[in-house]
Design a protein around this ligand. Sequence first.
Ligand code: TCH
Length: 329
Amino acid sequence: MCTAATYKTKDFYMGRTLDYEFSYGEQITITPRNYEFDFRFAGKIKSHYALIGMAFVAEGYPLYYDAVNEKGLGMAGLNFVGNAAYEEALPEDETEVSQVAQFEFIPWILTQCATVAEAREKLAAMRLTGTAFSEQLPTAQLHWIIADKDSCIVVESMKDGLHVYDNPVGVLTNNPPFPSQMFALNNYAGVSRKQPESTFAGVLQLDAYSRGMGGMGIPGDLSSQSRFVKVAFTKLNSISGEEEDESVSQFFHILGSVDQQRGCCEVTEGKYEITIYTSCCNTAKGIYYYTTYDNRQITAVDMHAENLDSDQLICYPLLSKGEVRWQNK
Ligand SMILES: C[C@H](CCC(=O)NCCS(=O)(=O)O)[C@H]1CC[C@H]2[C@@H]3[C@H](O)C[C@@H]4C[C@H](O)CC[C@]4(C)[C@H]3C[C@H](O)[C@]12C
């Protein structure tokens, strides 16, 4: 499972949890402006917006899971297994629109678009193909969240075509498709951050017998639908200061509400999904903050500390070993 969320204070933040039972060896990856993208069908882009995000670099190519660009547009891919369906690639002379392989989708949008509005224009003129990166790295079944400080959309490529939905909640998890996720929020219309009132039945006077009963009724399991509801409630009720440290701290608490602990979700015999990493990107400043399962200390990489006019990828391996800060020895 995975969860993505956006958060706005003085700046705009976007991030995700990556829940899985193994890691591909992903790294924080900065793609500077002059790294040449050689798209499978859409040709080369030599000069473009710079990106920072999490990617598995294969054969020198950044296979992004989530990223933001220097203009403040962000995007993340989350599993959509069983529902994702892509187009067959057509010969060039049989289509007028750009064909983009699913593994190229994040760089295709983020190298060229500064806003969600511009991304929408690209989406209206493209076919997303199921082309695999390689035999060893087959097609990933994903859907995507794309956001800037003003709006957020979800893109789902399904058997009946490419859907682009407004996302007023700024949250995405996995299955079912986004409209069903949104619809499920109706079941929680009565939930409140306040202590519950006794409205169960007129003949009964029920007691709010403990503090902390705000949010009563929100699901707590790790299913995708439940995480959607939980993180939407947490994010939309979230209160924090506006400063960077307060915003980043709060963001990790929002995604922490759906953190996945080893042992709770067995995906195959003896294999457990865990939150491998959690990210939070300040989209205005190009800073990628992250924690890992064993390293709860927030670590950060700033894209603007690098030479963004270079043509070489810049990678930082995840610092995944945690440290205890002793106070008495
Ligand atoms: C497994 C990841 C999604 C995690 C997630 O959503 N978990 C939920 C599990 S569940 O269904 O709800 O059980 C996805 C997110 C991004 C994906 C990667 C990116 O799309 C980049 C390439 C794309 C290649 O086609 C396959 C390898 C790959 C490197 C992908 C591997 C894997 O599918 C990733 C890492």
